[in-house]
Structure formats: structure tokens, C-alpha cells
Write a protein that binds this ligand. Structure first.
Ligand code: NDP
Length: 462
């Protein structure tokens, strides 16, 4: 035991903070954890987990239509938003309880309060109005959605935080953004029967993904009736009759809507924590600057997860938290490996992706081979849906190594988790070819793509 109250004090009990705290406590450290909202953090309380429940709910909306082709009839189908939210909340309460129990069972003290730094070793617990000291402090406060305050009426809109507890399902929703949250919620609302308009400032949604994913998903959103307006931003939002709002777009259009939804990104939660006063350097977005050991510019202050704005995904925060605990409380120096992290967008149809996009691969490698396919899945031959699947392998033409895999289509996230093992392990296209297909599946196409894709302008010049 040191001269401090705690060996480790963690501010923020989300995925990264909880993993680090639990592990450190299990290795014998005296650990305190402060959380101002609910233990579990964004992922469990108002992110990945509740979002996935809304996605499941929304998929049934399409499922009822598809089932007709298979002989089912479901007349007078109705949907109860309040029942969904109540069931979802019950499950979130259960998970929140598990997170609290796990921390306590590991021996950590939990403080339900906002905590701020007084100096590099002192944390002020606001609810109790007292200070505690710690040898090391871990900042794991995550991030939060932001709205563009320069837009008049911006506060008439909601963010994902509020979307999980809307009183009722809106008839019409207009969403700002073309990233993960914008697209996932646009699809959720559409599947639940709302009219949806997505307004994106650029040309191609999911700008950081492989270009074929952007094109394919854009087409799929439009196919299911989501209006996608590109190269526009919100210029002004105003209240009209009753609860309705009118959104003025930069291109001159106006949209009447029931719900304005901001999904223009998230920012690290560092404001007012006393970090800069304690000497912790932040980047221009307010993220804590850290080295490969998650150590900040102050030796005994560390940070993991979204507050560091490295790769803002739950499993990455968990890895960073675990690496920190292993390094400093288990004498096992560990660093997080950021290469070939699989990613998914839970749109409908969903996206799964791992490794290099075609555009990034062409930038870094001399010879890049592309294998891709685009087809209507067998299931939809009877449903009548025109939904299509896109699959793509990006291969290093010199070594035959598979550099990336990109899928838009049913079960893409499930497929990509498995394919990520092969891609991370450095397997070659020949290994994919040598694997016998599993028939009839969508995934079998991943091992049966034989012909290199030749862009049509190249074909013409031959
Ligand atoms: P993203 O960074 O994915 O998307 C933000 C979107 O907002 C982009 O399309 C961006 O445009 C646009 N944008 C940014 N600033 C403005 C502005 N001033 N006016 C108009 N549009 C703007 O953020 P999200 O909020 O969707 O998600 C945050 C993070 O959370 C993600 O990066 C991801 O790491 C994580 N997340 C992961 C999920 C998953 O794993 N399935 C699900 C949800 C979130 P542009 O592209 O041009 O920059």
C-alpha cells in the first residue's frame, strides 16, 4: 500500500474504465471508481447495446413483409414503441447491475458522483464534497454527441442520448450526418415505419470506408425509401405548429419533420475535469494525448477509451483498459494492437469491414488485386426484396496476402468477425480459394471469387 488512499482511481465506469479497474483490483490493487451517470458507460447504457435492441426491433418491420413470400400472413400487425423501450430498459438495468456487482466483487469501491482532478494525485468527489488521493489516476470518461451550436434552433434537435427514450415514435425524422450513428438510426426509424431523410454534408456517406461500401449502402438506403440528401447541412431549425419543426438546408430546401436528430460525431468528455490544470495535455478536439501505454503527459495519469480519440470502439477501449492493468498491476507489459480491427455498421442491410479499403491499399501497395461480387441473396428470391449483397476482397498482388474484406449484406458483421481472424493472421487469397465453400450460404462467395475485377474503363482500353 502506498501513501495514497488508492493505488488506482478511475474516473468513468464505461467499458475501458471498468475493465481496467476490475483487472487491477483482481491483481491486488486498491481501486476506487467514480461514475456520474450509470455504471456501464455509453456502450451498455446508451450506445451499442440498446442500439442493437432497436435494430432487432426494426428488422422485424422488414421481416413481416418478407415472410409473406414464405407463405406467412400477419394481418393487423402493430408495433408498440413504449413496450420496446420498457423491455430494452429492463435489460439495460440488468446489465448495469452486473457491471456494478462485477466491480464490487473484484474489490473496487464505487462512487456515484462526478469526480474532478484537484492535482495529479487528488480527486474531488463532488457528491460527497471530499477528496481522495491515488497513486495513479485513470481517465475513462468517454465521449458525448455534440450538436452544431452555430445553427439557429440547434437545441430543437436531439442526439442519440435522447433517442433511446423518445415518448413516442415520430412520423418523420430528419437526421444530420453520414457516419455510424446517422445511418444506424436512419435505418432503425425506417424499419419501425417512420419517414426518414438523411442529410449529409459530403458526397458519399461513410466516407472513411471502402468506396464500394458507400455506394452500395447509399443505394440500399434509397431502395428502402430513405431520402438521402448529400452536400447539404442544416442551416436553421425552427418550430412550426405544435411539436413540428422545419429544417432549412444549406441548398435552399426546407423539410417539415417531427424529429430532428443530430448525428454529427462525438467529442471526448474532458471539459471541466481539471485535466489541463493538472498538466495533462489535450489535443485540439479535447482528447487526452497518450503514448502507447495510455500514459498522458503527466506520468501518473493515464487515459483509455474514447476520451483519447484513438479508435472509438468498445472492444478497443476494453483492450486498452486491460493492457493498462496488465502493464502496471500484473508486471506484464502489454500494448494494444490497432491493426486489422473489424468494424460494423448496424445498418439494414449491415456493413462489415476489416483491413485496407481499396483506396488505402492502392496508396500503400504497388499492385492491388480486387475481387468483388454483387448479388441478390437466395432468401430474397421468395421475399421479392431487391436487397443486394456486396462482397469485396482487397489483395496484395505481389504477395497474395488478403489486405481487406468488405461486405454489405445480411449477417455481414457476423461474417467479418470470423474473416478478421484470417486477415489479421495474414492469410493469402490462395488460402481462401483452398477452403471448401459451405453451401448454400452468402459467405460461400468469399471463397469462390476467382476472377480479378477489372474496372470497365480498363476493359474498354484493352
Ligand atoms: P462519425 O464520425 O461516424 O460520423 C459523423 C458524421 O457527421 C460524419 O458523416 C461527418 O461528416 C458528419 N459531420 C461532422 N461534423 C459535421 C458538421 N459540422 N455538420 C454536418 N455534418 C457533420 O460519428 P458518429 O457520431 O456517427 O459516431 C461516433 C463514433 O462512435 C464513431 O466514430 C464510432 O467510432 C462509434 N460508433 C460505432 C458504432 C459501431 O461500431 N457500429 C456505432 C455508433 C458509433 P464527414 O464524414 O464529412 O466528416
Amino acid at each position: 500500500m502506498t501513501k495514497y488512499d488508492y493505488d488506482l482511481f478511475t474516473i468513468g465506469a464505461g467499458s475501458g474504465g471498468v475493465r481496467a479497474s476490475r483487472l487491477a483490483a483482481s491483481y491486488g490493487a486498491k481501486v476506487g471508481v467514480a461514475e456520474e451517470y450509470r455504471v456501464g458507460g455509453t456502450c451498455v447504457i446508451r450506445g451499442c447495446v440498446p442500439k442493437k435492441f432497436l435494430v432487432y426491433a426494426s428488422e422485424y418491420g422488414h421481416g413481416y413483409h418478407h415472410a409473406r413470400g414464405y407463405g406467412w400472413s400477419a394481418d393487423n400487425v402493430s408495433f408498440d414503441w413504449k413496450a420496446l423501450i420498457e423491455n430494452k430498459d429492463n435489460e439495460i438495468d440488468r446489465l448495469n447491475g452486473i457491471y456494478i456487482r462485477n466491480l464490487k466483487n473484484a474489490g473496487a469501491d464505487i462512487f456515484q458522483t462526478r469526480a474532478t482532478l484537484k492535482d495529479p494525485h487528488t480527486v474531488h468527489l463532488e457528491a460527497e464534497d471530499r477528496d481522495v488521493t491515488a497513486e495513479r489516476i485513470l481517465i475513462a470518461t468517454g465521449g458525448a454527441p455534440w450538436t452544431d451550436e452555430t445553427v439557429p434552433g440547434h437545441d430543437l434537435g436531439v442526439t442519440s442520448n435522447e433517442a433511446f427514450h423518445l415518448d413516442s415514435l415520430p412520423g418523420h425524422v430528419v437526421v444530420a450526418g453520414g457516419g455510424y450513428i446517422a445511418i444506424e438510426f436512419a435505418c432503425i426509424f425506417k424499419g419501425l415505419g417512420c419517414d426518414v431523410c438523411l442529410v449529409y454534408r459530403g458526397e458519399d456517406i461513410l466516407r472513411h470506408f471502402d468506396a464500394d461500401i458507400s455506394v452500395q449502402l447509399h443505394a440500399e438506403l434509397q431502395r428502402q425509401g430513405i431520402r438521402v440528401v448529400t452536400q447539404n447541412i442544416f442551416e436553421k431549425i425552427e418550430k412550426t405548429d405544435g411539436e413540428k419543426k422545419r429544417v432549412h438546408l444549406s441548398g435552399g430546401d426546407t423539410i417539415e419533420t417531427n424529429l430532428v436528430f443530430w448525428a454529427v460525431g462525438r467529442k471526448p468528455t474532458t471539459r471541466g475535469l481539471g485535466l489541463e490544470e493538472a498538466g495533462v495535455e489535450l489535443d485540439k478536439n479535447g482528447a487526452v494525448k497518450v503514448n502507447e501505454n495510455s500514459q498522458s503527459s503527466v506520468d501518473n495519469i493515464f487515459a483509455v477509451g474514447d476520451v483519447t480519440d484513438r479508435v472509438n470502439l468498445t472492444p478497443v477501449a476494453i483492450r486498452e483498459g486491460a493492457a493498462f492493468a496488465e502493464t502496471y498491476y500484473n508486471d506484464n507489459p502489454t500494448q494494444t494492437d490497432y491493426r486489422f480491427i473489424p468494424k460494423a455498421v448496424f445498418s439494414q442491410p449491415p456493413v462489415g469491414t476489416v483491413g485496407y479499403s481499396e483506396q488505402d491499399a492502392r496508396h500503400e501497395f504497388d499492385n492491388v488485386d480486387i475481387y468483388k461480387t454483387n448479388f441478390r441473396a437466395m432468401k430474397h428470391m421468395l421475399t421479392g426484396s431487391e436487397e443486394r449483397v456486396m462482397m469485396k476482397l482487397v489483395v496484395d498482388g505481389d504477395t497474395d496476402r488478403v489486405l481487406g474484406c468488405h461486405i454489405v449484406g445480411e449477417d455481414a458483421p457476423e461474417m467479418i468477425q470470423c474473416i478478421a481472424i484470417a486477415v489479421k493472421a495474414g492469410l493469402k487469397k490462395k488460402d481462401f480459394d483452398d477452403t471448401v465453400a459451405l453451401h448454400p450460404t452468402i459467405a460461400e462467395e468469399l471463397v469462390t471469387m476467382r476472377e480479378k475485377f477489372v474496372p470497365s474503363d480498363e476493359k474498354l482500353s484493352r
